[in-house]
Design a protein around this ligand. Sequence first.
Ligand SMILES: [Zn+2]
Length: 62
Amino acid sequence: MSDEPTKLADGITPAPRERARVLGHVCEHEGCGKHAGFGFARPRQDQHWFCFVHRADGERHL
Ligand SMILES: [Zn+2]
């Protein structure tokens, strides 16, 4: 066992209630539609979700 925490991506720390919902999200990249494990959101704004391949797309929402 490692003591290293699971890391989603640099600077991405979903709130606990959002982490529980993560499996319900789909990548927003046009034509992708894969499971989105990476969420991007600014306070009081809509959330945007992307898969591993397209997670860089979400940075424009930050
Ligand atoms: Zn994708």
